[in-house]
Design a binder for this molecule. Structure first.
Ligand code: ADP
Ligand code: MG
Length: 742
């Protein structure tokens, strides 16, 4: 029979034509396609017309099995089947088979899509004939030589020697395609492969009468075919995540050629004879299962790094030339656009430093690269300064414990306070209510020394600007004696704002005493505040001190925990990074070996799966720890606030205690005693405070230097103290006025 002769176009003749693949995509999902299934019937003179019928469109086969009369009258055996396919090839030439089955797959492979064509069927049904063809007859050459020929259109394949493969083994031919553009500038290229699979015979055992070694082989082959089936069933099941590719060599080798991003075609070879009908049925069943599998073809596009670099270099050179032209047109001197070297960077760093110091007025703009480097160096300098400030603060604040009065007295000795215990200078010229002798001050008495409010303000402002609180030595002592209360709505204090040291009459000064000199407020010498503070902590302040200490230890414990949690978080982060890297490595391996994807589900091996699980777990840990840290931080903030509050109370109460204990005159002390003439709280506190001014101020200064742990608390503390002092002062003055009227 000469199948190359014009094929009959009868009812069972091949009258289909091949649609371009792209128009055959599954209607359900835009880019998804079903596996194309074709049936090729081996030509025979004994075609079972009664039992095998083709649909009118040649896209289905109906099988009718005559009832087995030997089995008796009652027989519920199924006798009719109908199989939907993409085409039936009956008496088709090799040419037509190639056109129908393979041509588009190969054409698409040249455009970068992977393709797989499989021949399935029982031994002798024509798989090898279809795939390889006969070597002797050019006309009868199969899909493989034709595919090679299509791929290399300019070259004629003179001969191809094929080892006649056993029908008991699978045979996979793979054609690798790498297509570069003819235009040199195109750095993209595509890679693809075409798998041509000639499977071993699919016939069931028993029928072939295999025995011994042959039987064993057949079992083995059939096993691999059944694994192939399982893989295909899994691929057809949208819900399946795992596809058993690793079960045997065959499925493993076809891992990335079944489904996935391939164009896939199954050609089922069947006999047309009645005697083979059972095997034919089984083959058609396989084909219909295969039809359920969908694939998502995608182009394998790659980039040629070398070409890309070359193209970019060319572009770069061109742009530099362009810049040079622009520069010369703009009358700019030659600008260097190359990356900066270390010396240039160092120069920019020094420019930035000088700019920050104020010794350099501006930094000239040269080009974008230089601007970027300037910003960069700003960051560098900033972070260096931050570190310096921080370490300076640390040096400053960790060396002196707030309760360590040995250290504090050392500071005292260091010059904040002079030997006589006199105030060395007024810290900031704003000591509200700390006027030394407001008690007897007569409003308006010394009009000469009166200053306008504005003058006062500007004078104090100047002082503020000129000196820091701790370097009060530089201040002009005579100006510092003039005190100012800010204009206030709390009462009419305008006339009392200015007081002078020499008007004091509370403590009569020796007549020969120079008026300008600051004098100790008390003739008696009370214990130094640091020492008194220790006593206070053991006496009246013991409870608040205990709470203060307790809060501090809680704060420290929370801080320690936060730092530990931070360390753990960092460790988890590092572990996550390592895992991510390993995962990426696995992924790249997988990509190199060819990826397999089904319905958006990645098929991955165990190692990668474990890494993903690990990463998930680490992320969970990370989140938990991070939440803990956030909670801890909130607690720390709260504890810090409590500690600050306690510290403040401790100091405030100490001040009161100190003044009460050492500065209230004997007669007042008596009056203050239970049953005395003055109720507690009626003592003009400002008097007490004013009497203790020197020591008070010195101690305040010390508190500012030693106490605060952050700049915020200094401001807060100062404000608080000043408000209290002002309040006290106003109260006293009001009391005074009343006394005066009497
Ligand atoms: P299989 O590989 O499926 O076991 P083969 O391809 O080896 O079967 O075919 C068995 C024999 O039948 C071979 O001699 C082959 O040339 C012949 N044959 C198969 N199909 C056809 C066909 N369509 N036209 C002509 N001869 C065929
Ligand atoms: Mg064969």
């Amino acid at each position: 029979m000469d199948e190359e002769a014009a094929p009959k176009r009868g009812k069972n003749g091949p009258k289909f034509h091949c649609l371009p693949h792209s128009t055959q995509g599954s209607a359900r999902m835009g880019t998804r396609k079903k596996v194309h299934t074709f049936v090729r019937v081996k030509p025979t003179d004994d075609f079972a017309h009664e039992m095998i019928k083709y649909g009118d469109d040649n896209k289905s086969i109906d099988i009718h099995l005559k009832k087995d009369t030997r089995r008796g009258v009652v027989n519920n055996q199924q006798t009719d089947w109908s199989f939907k396919l993409d085409g039936v090839l009956h008496n088709a030439s090799q040419d037509l088979v190639y056109e129908t089955v393979a041509k588009d797959v190969v054409a698409q492979a040249l455009d970068g899509y992977n393709g797989t064509i499989m021949c399935y069927g029982q031994t002798g049904a024509g798989k090898t004939y279809t795939m390889t063809g006969t070597t002797e007859n050019y006309k009868h050459r199969g899909i493989l030589p034709r595919a090679l020929q299509q791929g290399e259109t300019n070259r004629i394949i003179a001969s191809h020697t094929m080892n006649k493969n056993s029908s008991r083994s699978h045979c996979i031919f793979t054609i690798y395609v790498e297509a570069h553009s003819r235009t040199l500038s195109d750095e993209k290229y595509i890679t693809s492969k075409i798998n041509l699979v000639d499977l071993a015979g699919s016939e069931r055992l028993g029928k072939s009468g295999s025995e011994g070694r042959v039987l064993k082989e057949a079992t083995y082959i059939n096993k691999s075919l059944s694994f192939l089936e399982q893989a295909i069933i899994a691929l057809g099941d949208q819900k399946r995540e795992h596809i058993p590719f690793r079960q045997c060599k065959l499925t493993h080798a076809l891992k990335d050629s079944l489904g996935g991003n391939c164009n896939m075609v199954l050609l089922t070879n069947i006999y047309g004879e009645a005697a083979q009908l059972e095997e034919t049925l089984s083959s058609l069943r396989f084909a219909s299962r295969m039809k359920l599998v969908t694939t998502e073809p995608a182009i394998n596009e790659k980039y040629d790094a070398e070409r890309m670099v070359k193209n970019l270099e060319k572009e770069l050179a061109l742009l530099k030339q362009e810049l040079a032209i622009h520069d010369s047109l703009a009358n700019r001197t030659l600008v260097n656009y190359d990356p900066m070297d270390e010396i240039q960077i160092a120069e920019i760093n020094s420019q930035v430093r000088r700019y920050l110091e104020g010794t350099l007025d501006e930094i000239d703009i040269i080009n974008l690269r230089q601007i970027q480097e300037v910003f960069n160096q700003f960051r560098v300098v900033l972070s260096q300064q931050e570190q310096e400030v921080e370490s300076a603060l640390r040096r400053k604040y960790t060396l002196i414990d707030k309760n360590d009065f040995a250290a504090i007295s050392a500071v005292q000795k260091a010059g904040l306070v002079d030997v006589d215990g006199h105030l060395v200078g007024e810290p900031d010229g704003q000591g509200f209510g700390l006027g030394v002798t407001p008690f007897s001050a007569k409003p308006g008495k010394k009009s000469k020394s009166k200053k306008t409010f504005k003058e006062q303000l500007s004078s104090s402002a100047r002082k503020e600007g000129a000196s820091s609180p701790v370097s009060g030595k530089e201040l002009d002592v005579s100006t510092s004696k003039t005190q100012l209360t800010p204009s206030s709505k709390e009462g009419d204090v305008k006339d009392m704002t200015i007081r002078e040291q020499e008007t004091s009459s509370l403590e009569p000064l020796p007549s020969d005493s120079p008026k300008e000199e600051l004098r100790p407020p008390r003739p008696s010498t009370p214990p130094p505040k640091p020492v008194a503070f220790e006593d206070f902590k053991n006496e009246r302040g013991s409870e608040i001190n205990r709470i203060f200490k307790e809060n501090k230890s809680i704060l420290n414990e929370r801080r320690k925990r936060a730092s530990e949690t931070t360390q753990r978080i960092n460790a988890i982060k590092r572990e996550m990074d390592v895992t991510k890297e390993a995962l990426n490595f696995q992924k790249s391996l997988r990509e190199k070996q060819g990826e397999y994807e089904n319905k958006g589900l990645m098929i991955i091996d165990e190692e990668e799966f474990l890494l993903i699980l690990k990463l998930k777990d680490l992320k969970k840990q990370y989140r938990t720890e991070y939440q803990d840290l956030r909670d801890l931080r909130a607690e720390i903030q709260y504890c810090q606030h409590l500690v600050d509050q306690c510290r403040h109370r401790l100091l405030t109460e100490f001040d009161i205690w100190y003044n009460e204990s050492f500065f209230i005159p004997e007669d007042l002390q008596v009056a203050l005693k239970p049953g005395g003439s003055i109720r507690p709280g009626m003592v003009p506190v400002s008097r007490i405070m004013s009497l203790g001014e020197d020591a008070q101020d010195k101690f305040s200064q010390l508190q500012q230097v030693v106490l605060p742990e952050g700049p915020d608390s200094v401001a807060f503390y100062n404000a608080k103290v000043k408000t209290e002092q002002k309040h006290n002062y106003l109260k006293t003055m009001m009391g005074l006025q009343q006394a005066h009227r009497k």
